[in-house]
Design a protein around this ligand. Structure first.
Ligand code: CMC
Length: 432
């Protein structure tokens, strides 16, 4: 971060002028450093939804929303999605550099050694109804992990933080698969060390003790890509939630649980499930016009799910990769005539030619096609957001670790513009 210039602000009430430094990163827009604003002017800034606010500095992920660029540690998402596996990308996000073959092998080994969960954790599932939403179970179970791994909860120790990171990365897929098995009434499947990270997850989801699981490389690759594309996205709502929770010194499992809870919302990670529900509701190409009109109607709360993004105002590079994967998976499974995929392609085409979507720069986002891929992989729609959480866990951990290690780390504590009643006296009960 460099400081090259400053901006002068003047308080119109008393004409006092004060300089605010301008900071530059390595790429992207400069920022006005307002940390001293309150001290110098007595005023706060007002920015609900953080539209114009950089909440931190970070060297993990960069997005250029106008150009449709996404970089993890400087590497374009397209190259990572083509050339790397998920654990390679996870290592990159956690450590800043891509691993060489030997380092990658030992990282994989380390993750593999931590994939089982404490046996006692199985009992927690029994407290949930069988029809509980998997994200509700995830919030409970991942939160409960802090009650099991007391040996590495000193957040000031890098060694403890690294061990917690490995544990979370290794155990979250096991927990996601357990959520699914619990809902179907089938027995939990133990992880198998001979399988890769993604194969192992598929085995725990789709295998049964009666039938050995045979991975299909095209489908494995598709899930690997979903995880890579969801692995990080700089200061999105759930990552910011993890940072805020972690800023108080809360343990990493509690912080990741906060991220999972935030991700669940339909404006964020819940969108992939919402897209599929929407496509099923539309049902037929002939009804697309009606739904597009509803999305444009200010008096209707309906939005085109899987469309729009706070940062991408050109295209979401993840959506293009996801569409490619969708083609590959449907071809592999002989589902090229899939009704929902055809509907999605047509909906995308019509929306992209519509003045409303053009004017508001609304393009398909990553979630528009990921649900169709997951559905083709045999994953039920209520599991989609849990799979998003599985991919994003590594991003959350990388940001949590970066925040804890920052020399200027402070508890996150925004201020407000108070609009309530001014001070008044409590009237006696009988006179109210
Ligand atoms: N359908 C119809 N209109 C939309 C949509 C949509 N999907 N998205 C935005 N708009 C309109 C919105 O009504 C607003 O219009 P106006 O300026 O007239 O008030 C304008 O476009 C700007 O929208 P906004 O809500 O102010 O933008 P935002 O940056 O606050 O919200 C968003 C971004 C992703 C929450 C929103 O586009 C949305 O709700 N999309 C659908 C849900 C979705 O697909 N979410 C997944 C995001 S990608 C994965 C992830 O990061 O989790």
């Amino acid at each position: 971060m460099t400081h090259s210039n400053s901006i002068t602000l003047t308080n119109p009430k008393n004409q006092t002028a004060f300089d605010m430094p301008i900071l530059s990163g390595t790429i992207g827009p400069d920022v006005v450093d307002i940390r001293d604003l309150q001290k110098k002017s007595g005023m706060f800034t007002y920015d609900p939804g953080f539209i114009s606010t950089a909440s931190c500095s970070s060297n993990i992920t960069y997005i250029d929303g106008d150009e449709g660029i996404l970089l993890y540690r400087g590497y374009p998402i397209e190259q990572l999605a083509e050339q790397c596996g998920f654990l390679e990308v996870a290592y990159l996000l956690l450590n800043g550099e891509l691993p060489n073959a030997a380092v990658l092998e030992s990282f994989k080994q380390e993750i593999t050694q931590h994939t089982m969960v404490h046996d006692q954790l199985n009992n927690f599932f029994k407290g949930f109804r069988r029809d509980a939403h998997p994200m509700a179970i995830m919030v409970g179970i991942v939160g409960a992990l802090s009650a099991f791994y007391h040996d590495a909860l000193d957040i000031s120790s890098k060694q403890h933080r690294d061990l917690s990171a490995i544990r979370m990365l290794a155990k979250v897929p096991t927990i996601v698969a357990m959520c699914y098995k619990y809902s179907t009434g089938l027995p939990f499947m133990y992880p198998q060390n001979k399988l890769t990270y993604v194969e192992n997850f598929m085995q725990m989801m789709q295998g049964t003790p009666c039938e050995s699981f045979k991975p299909n490389p095209v489908l494995v690759r598709a899930l690997e890509r979903i995880l890579i594309l969801h692995a990080d996205h700089e200061q999105n709502a759930s990552t910011s939630t993890v940072r805020l929770a972690g800023s108080s010194g809360a343990n990493p499992y509690a912080c990741i649980t906060a991220g999972i809870a935030c991700l669940w919302g339909s404006a964020h990670g819940g969108a992939n499930e919402a897209v599929l529900k929407m496509l099923e509701e539309i049902g037929d190409v002939s009804k697309i016009g009606t739904y597009i009109n509803r999305a444009k109607d200010k008096d209707d709360t309906f939005r085109l799910m899987g469309f729009g993004h706070r940062v991408y105002k050109n295209h979401d590079p993840r959506a293009k990769l996801m569409r490619e994967t969708c083609h590959e998976v449907l071809n592999e499974l002989g589902l090229h005539d899939d009704k929902l995929f055809k509907l999605a392609l047509e909906l995308e085409r019509i929306a992209l030619e519509d003045d409303y979507f053009i004017a508001k720069k609304l393009y398909p986002n990553v979630d528009f096609y990921s649900g169709i891929v997951l559905r083709a992989l045999g994953v039920p729609s209520n599991m989609f957001t849990a799979i998003f959480a599985m991919g994003r866990t590594v991003g959350w951990i990388a940001h949590w670790d970066e925040m804890i290690s920052a020399p200027d780390q402070k508890i996150g504590r925004p201020r407000q513009l108070y609009t309530g009643p001014v001070q008044r006296d409590v009237p006696a009960l009988k006179s109210r």
